[in-house]
Design a protein around this ligand. Structure first.
Ligand code: ZN
Length: 187
């Protein structure tokens, strides 16, 4: 079998297994793996290499389901483990600090890390439109869009396909919640 295909399939299987009981925050409690598969698909469609696509499946394993960096190295090699680590928030920090850190570190992202970050934000924006977290009002959605934009606008030379995708879903979502992202949460 084609090595790259095998790698991506192994990453998908690993992600499905370790995220088996993990759900999104919407009313239907969508399986978390749907988000991971969406991120991987966006990366593949944008022409990213197989390691980045595999990292798309694995990007939340350290942050959300306590897979160690060492386990990822053993299973998938250092390059993929490094990609995942680069998009992992430091959970020892409070929420506000973690979110600010993403903005602060965005300019340092390599093109592959930037693609991962961007695909993650795109998928989250689609989720906000189609399956929003239970109990989120417009103000909360506007706040996420604003924060995501602060991160994305600092990413160096983002992948053109992904950036176009991002702009499209961002515009649709802003239209849906009624105009400017500033209306409920001025900076
Ligand atoms: Zn994610």
């Amino acid at each position: 079998m084609n090595e790259e295909m095998l790698l991506v399939v192994r990453a998908a299987e690993f992600a499905a297994r370790v995220h088996a009981r993990h759900r999104r925050k919407d009313v239907d409690e969508t399986p978390y793996v749907n988000h991971l598969a969406h991120v991987a698909r966006l990366l593949a469609e944008a022409g990213c290499d197989a390691n980045v696509v595999a990292a798309g499946f694995l990007h939340d394993t350290i942050e959300d389901v306590r897979v160690s960096y060492e386990t990822l190295v053993a299973e998938f090699g250092e390059d993929i483990a490094d990609l995942v680590r680069a998009v992992t928030d430091d959970k020892s920090q409070r929420w506000q600090k973690r979110k600010q850190a993403q903005i602060d570190h965005a300019p340092e992202a390599t093109p592959r890390v930037a693609a991962l970050k961007l695909a993650d934000k795109i998928s989250n924006l689609y989720s906000l439109r189609d399956t929003p977290p239970h109990g989120w009002d417009k103000a909360e959605i506007a706040k996420y869009i604003d924060w995501a934009h602060r991160v994305v606008s600092k990413l160096p030379a983002p992948n053109a396909v992904l950036f176009a995708d991002y702009e499209a879903i961002r515009a649709k979502l802003l239209g849906r919640i009624g105009g400017s992202q500033w209306e409920s949460n001025p900076p």
